[in-house]
Design a protein around this ligand. Structure first.
Ligand SMILES: [Zn+2]
Length: 258
């Protein structure tokens, strides 16, 4: 058996738990007795506390650097835990088998660290979603402004919705204008968006193609539909290649009934 008391590695592990305030009282005592005489452990505690402060700061920051989130993801993956907090260390078992306790205490510390990291990651994720919601609201506001410029007397507005964004088709006789906002940019070397018109009889025809180059609203004018009175719905798909296929097998990005 490796000697419990002379292995400095143990104190290095306890330093993490100490910084997290996650040590069993017994371990805390052991560590506090050791700490005053050990510069390495004092430095470790200071370093871990600093890391935790950074994590806490990142959790409340409006724009956390992506690198922090990546680090957290890596940390969670490395710890092999997806957030389950470990069962408390059994003291009885610990007293009979100290080595066993060391291993389990270490697991508990890693678990505590992983849980804290997971909480920080969830907070960041929430912020990310919130900011995404704001972006989509902005995109919707801009889209509404653009659509106002497209609407003329006698034209009809067809709203297309989907999880990835919004679009509006303005139908004026057989002339069609299209505006989209919030859709993800496409790789212009290998993909293209296609606007389809689905007729009341079920036939689907490509009305036009377009690219999304930025987060700004995209407008396509001068499109045409064969018989506007026959159109039951408009659908946008993202296709491979640079042309509308005869038939799409891709899911709808946004769609809306006329
Ligand atoms: Zn030490």
């Amino acid at each position: 058996m490796t000697s419990y008391d002379t292995t400095h590695e143990m104190y290095e592990e306890l330093a993490v738990g100490h910084a997290l305030s996650a040590l069993e009282p017994e371990d805390e005592q052991v560590f506090l007795r050791h700490l005053p005489g050990c510069a390495a452990c004092a430095a470790a505690v200071s370093e871990h506390s600093e890391t935790l402060t950074h994590l806490a700061y990142a959790a409340v920051s409006d724009s956390p650097p992506a690198s922090i989130l990546e680090g957290i993801r890596a940390g969670v993956a490395e710890s092999g835990r997806s957030g389950a907090f470990p069962a408390p260390v059994s003291l009885d078992a610990a007293r009979t088998r100290r080595r066993d306790k060391t291993v389990r205490a270490t697991t508990a510390i890693l678990g505590a660290a992983a849980s804290l990291i997971l909480v920080a990651a969830l907070v960041l994720m929430n912020r990310g979603l919130q900011s995404k919601a704001d972006q989509q609201q902005q995109a919707t506001d801009k889209l509404n402004l653009v659509v106002k410029t497209l609407l003329v007397d006698g034209s009809r507005e067809v709203k297309l919705t989907g999880s990835a964004g919004k679009a509006v088709v303005v139908v004026n006789g057989s002339k069609v204008s299209f505006a989209a906002a919030g859709l993800p940019t496409n790789d212009r070397s290998s993909s293209i968006y296609v606007l389809w018109a689905k007729s009341v009889s079920g036939g689907v025809n490509a009305v036009g193609t377009f690219d999304i180059r930025s987060g700004e609203p995209t407008v396509v004018n001068d499109l045409k539909v064969g018989n506007p009175n026959e159109v039951a719905a408009f659908i946008v798909t993202k296709e491979r290649g640079r042309q509308a296929p005869a038939l799409s097998t891709q899911p709808a990005v946004v769609e809306g009934s006329v």
